[in-house]
Design a protein around this ligand. Structure first.
Ligand SMILES: N[C@@H](CCC(=O)N[C@@H](CS)C(=O)NCC(=O)O)C(=O)O
Length: 203
């Protein structure tokens, strides 16, 4: 296997954290995103038609993209520690929380950058109002997430899961331009300190 990666980006970081938590050793090839190597016809044909990273190339050459799909594959070949749930009900709860972190937090942080970052100016119509709204919604998510974390150690319950990975990369990406953990959000701060202290967070 080989992971096509880009160090500065949050979705590849999700997969790198997942790999580190599993203790897997997977060769990495850095793709020159700044130089547009991921948007060439060759990359789109051979790796990912959307021109996005990460891509996990399997031993038979099959290119897998979409971070959660890659994580699902990795969980199937390395079940320990379980990061996607331990039984049917738990799998559903982890999925629920991961999707909330993707849709309510990560997506809004991403929309902020899509609407403000110079690197996206040629690709997307950028609207200041859309950036403001994305910032408002991502901050709103942090407010209710702080409440959720009042009585649980991790986002989806008592165990570290993919929902923590998604929340961590979204918050680290967004801080401090889009959002930051407010001083009164003590549960969120405790959680962020704990997940950031895991060796995988440096992946
Ligand atoms: N839904 C995809 C999103 C992948 C994605 O947006 N990747 C970004 C990095 S975080 C990328 O490759 N950007 C390069 C570009 O836009 O040129 C996933 O979950 O992996």
């Amino acid at each position: 296997m080989k992971l096509y990666d880009f160090a500065g980006a949050p979705n590849p970081r999700r997969v790198r954290i997942f790999i580190a938590e599993k203790g897997l050793d997977i060769p990495v090839e850095t793709v020159d995103v700044r130089g547009g190597a991921n948007r060439t016809a060759e990359f789109r044909t051979e790796k990912n038609p959307l021109g996005l990273l990460p891509v996990l190339e399997l031993d038979d050459g099959t290119p897998l993209s979409e971070s959660v799909a890659i994580c699902r594959y990795l969980e199937s070949i390395a079940p320990e520690p379980p990061l996607l749930g331990v039984d049917g009900r738990d799998v559903a709860e982890v999925e629920m929380w991961n999707r909330r972190m993707e849709w309510e937090l990560f997506k809004n942080v991403g929309h902020y950058f899509r609407n403000t970052a110079p690197m996206f100016a040629e690709r997307y119509v950028q609207l200041p109002e859309a950036a403001d709204e994305a910032r408002r919604l991502s901050r709103e998510c942090l407010r209710w997430l702080d409440g959720v974390l009042a009585d649980r150690e991790f986002v989806a319950g008592p165990r570290f899961t993919i929902a923590d990975v998604t929340a961590l990369v979204a918050i680290d990406l967004g801080t401090p331009s889009v959002l930051e953990i407010a001083p009164e959000q003590r549960n969120l701060a405790r959680w962020h300190e704990a997940v950031s202290a895991r060796p995988s967070s440096r992946a």
